[in-house]
Design a protein around this ligand. Structure first.
Ligand code: NAP
Length: 278
């Protein structure tokens, strides 16, 4: 069987990231802390947050309450759009560290490719890495054009690009470009926010594998060697989303899932078209 719940992928920075993480967008306060503790119990060791989510304190509390060693846990957070620019980004990272109650972040990302400011922001991420505030650095919502602009200007390559990625938003071209540049893809909205769970094509595959829609969608990404960060605040769903390492989707069914693409997006902003990301 390819991969297990403790599988990690080694990034171009040498840092290893767990393939399964817990998303936390719209998980707040005690609910967020509890969800993370359930996730740790289920075997997750990777948490995805962002300054914008307003839940970094709750994430920090879960880490403290878990009793796990810091090195066992992988924490991602992100610099928000209003904090772009060199000095602002350094400040934003220090503020995230304070809220998380951590000495370092495992992965620090540029949340969105804000027009005109993203290269300066990247320089700050390089500084944060060199200062030991971040173990590895990357980007999010960067399309090929954004990467083509950024890469000639970096001293340290982005290790990750976190993007919307699932069979209904199969960004194959961007995936291939990132593979070529040794940038690992990480899938957000990997289960399409549960919005496609009644698609008969998907339900057909659920029958074949005796698995839930979320599990088929997550396993599809895993078999494309992509990191997944499904979000849930419900214990049963957190467990369900982790039970994706005991089956394998056949090559033929992977091809069927690849064909689900309809450029469907859960996002408010389109990073491919929105002028603020030009
Ligand atoms: N970089 C970015 O710009 C960006 C953008 C979006 C998201 N993200 C990150 O990626 C994470 C995941 O993406 P997402 O939260 O947008 O979408 P998602 O993980 O595809 O879906 C989460 C939604 O599905 C529900 N759900 C979870 N597991 C389920 C299951 N097994 N059965 C039925 N429903 C289930 C959750 O509800 P309950 O919580 O009520 O269970 C929640 O409403 C985020 O939480 C965030 O950390 C990053």
């Amino acid at each position: 069987m390819k991969y297990s719940i403790s599988s990690k992928i080694r990034l171009n920075s040498g840092v290893a990231i767990p393939m399964l993480g817990l998303g936390t967008w719209r998980a707040e306060g005690k609910e967020c802390t509890q969800a993370i503790l359930w996730a740790f119990e289920a075997g997750y060791r990777h948490i995805d947050t962002a300054a914008y989510y307003g839940n970094e304190e709750a994430v920090g509390k879960a880490i403290q309450d878990s009793g796990l060693d810091r090195e066992e846990i992988f924490v991602t957070t992100k610099v928000w759009n209003d904090d772009h620019g060199y000095d602002n980004t350094i400040k934003a990272c220090n503020n995230s560290l304070k809220r998380l109650n951590l000495d370092y972040i495992d992965l620090y990302l540029i949340h969105w490719p804000v027009s005109g400011r993203r290269i300066e922001t990247w320089k700050a991420l390089e500084k944060l890495l060199n200062d030991g505030k971040a173990r590895t650095i990357g980007v999010s919502n960067f399309m090929t054009s954004h990467l083509e602009e950024l890469l000639p200007n970096v001293e340290i390559l982005p290790a990750i690009n976190q993007i919307e990625f699932n069979p209904y938003q199969y960004q194959k071209g961007l995936h291939q470009y990132c593979l070529m540049k040794y940038i690992q893809l990480e899938a957000f909205a990997p289960i399409v926010r549960a919005r496609k769970f009644d698609d008969p094509k998907l339900l057909e595959l659920c029958k074949i594998y005796d698995k839930k829609p979320a599990q088929i969608l997550l396993r599809w990404a895993i078999q494309h060697d992509i990191i997944v960060i499904p979000k849930s605040v419900h214990k049963d769903r957190i467990i369900e989303n982790s039970m994706i390492f005991d089956f394998e989707i056949s090559d033929d069914d992977m091809t069927i899932l690849d064909g689900f693409n309809e450029d469907y997006s859960i996002l408010m902003w389109n990073p491919k078209k929105d002028p603020q990301f030009k």
